[in-house]
Design a protein around this ligand. Structure first.
Ligand code: NAP
Length: 258
């Protein structure tokens, strides 16, 4: 299928590894030119560039540094040439809702939600002028069904969901769609770190944590990042023009209800 996005320009935040890297690769496969942002500035691993593929360039920006985010946003506002923005970054620390210090809430909101808001605002001028744009934000199944001991993630991503839905209605008349993808359990560094932390907390092995976790997923397995990247490509496509304000799980059926 031709997704109608070859030659477009995308920014993928949090793109050196995991879900962001898979999205960057998948967009480039469709001929999109991708700017991959991360703290390290490492390139998402790609196989040799084939004919018709878009270019991937990488840039080192720490999204938890407001000055760096503001400078990047000002540059993008001036260029006004981004067609697709993927809002993604590292996840916050695990922990309960009770007794989280105010500093942790502020740090997690400032590092995860605020950069998405700022960079999105910066690219919207160009998108609305051209009457075409795609904003895709990576959330979590925890927005629909809170995940125990991930209070910062559950709460802050729910705030991001409120922002995404509100923005979707504001920019729909200008040909810009705004959606969220909700990963369930996709096999990345982050998932392995969380399984490791759960094993330490509960005094079991990582294998036992992963086995119990897979048993709760109707598909019976963790997802792979390529499956997640494919969903992001579809939401970024020409064909997805009438999908906006949505939260789409990529979770093997994990979310019970909805
Ligand atoms: N994997 C899952 O099953 C799952 C489920 C629910 C939610 N999520 C959420 O989805 C997001 C992506 O997940 P993932 O599994 O791909 O995570 P990951 O493996 O930890 O990768 C995170 C990516 O974000 C970058 N990053 C982290 N902090 C950053 C910062 N301050 N500034 C710029 N880039 C930063 C990392 O690169 P550098 O280290 O180079 O900066 C890396 O490329 C996370 O927020 C995660 O919590 C994932």
């Amino acid at each position: 299928m031709d997704f109608g996005i070859a030659g477009k320009k995308a920014i993928v935040l949090g793109a050196s590894r995991g879900l962001g890297a898979a999205i960057g690769r998948a967009l480039a496969e469709e001929g999109v030119n991708v700017l991959a942002v991360s703290r390290s500035g490492a390139m998402p691993a790609v196989s040799e560039n084939g004919a018709g593929r878009g270019a991937i360039t990488a840039r080192a920006i720490d999204l938890s540094d407001p000055d760096a985010v503001d400078a990047f946003a000002a540059e993008q506002k001036e260029r006004a040439d981004v067609d697709i923005l993927i809002n993604n970054s590292g996840g916050p620390k695990p922990g309960p809702a009770r007794d989280q210090p105010r500093s942790e809430w502020m740090y997690a909101f400032g590092g995860m939600a605020c950069p998405f808001f700022t960079v999105t605002d910066a690219v919207l001028d160009g998108m609305t002028k051209r009457n075409w744009g795609r904003i895709v934000t990576v959330g979590s199944s925890g927005i629909v069904q809170p995940i125990p001991n991930l209070a910062l993630s559950n709460a802050i991503r729910s705030a991001i969901a409120g922002w995404s839905k509100t923005l979707a209605a504001e920019v729909a008349p200008f040909g810009v769609t705004v959606n969220m993808l909700l990963p369930g359990r996709i096999d990345t560094d982050r998932l392995r770190e969380l399984d490791q932390a759960a094993a330490q907390r509960t005094g079991t092995s990582v294998e036992e944590v992963a086995r119990a976790s897979r048993a709760r997923i109707p598909a019976g397995r963790y997802g792979n990042p390529e499956e997640f990247g494919a969903a992001a490509v579809f939401l970024s496509s020409q064909q997805a023009a009438y999908i906006t304000g949505s939260k789409i799980p990529v979770d093997g059926g994990l979310i019970a209800g909805q």
